[in-house]
Write a protein that binds this ligand. Structure first.
Ligand SMILES: [Zn+2]
Length: 57
């Protein structure tokens, strides 16, 4: 698993989440570890292996 950091759009705290490196694209809901509100996470990996994470409210 690889860890990525980003800002929660609800509480603005920096949080980290673990992602399976074999994933290419996924979209799911996960609770913020600080404010416990559900966040919609969009995870994408391009052909070079760069990871792009978008968090929707
Ligand atoms: Zn939060």
């Amino acid at each position: 698993m690889e860890e990525h950091f980003f800002d929660c759009p609800k509480c603005w705290e920096t949080i980290s989440m673990l992602f399976d490196p074999s994933l290419k694209n996924s979209q799911y809901f996960e609770d913020c570890e600080v404010c416990c509100q559900p966040l919609e996470i969009i995870y994408q990996r391009d052909a070079e292996g760069s990871v792009f994470i978008e968090v929707l409210q």
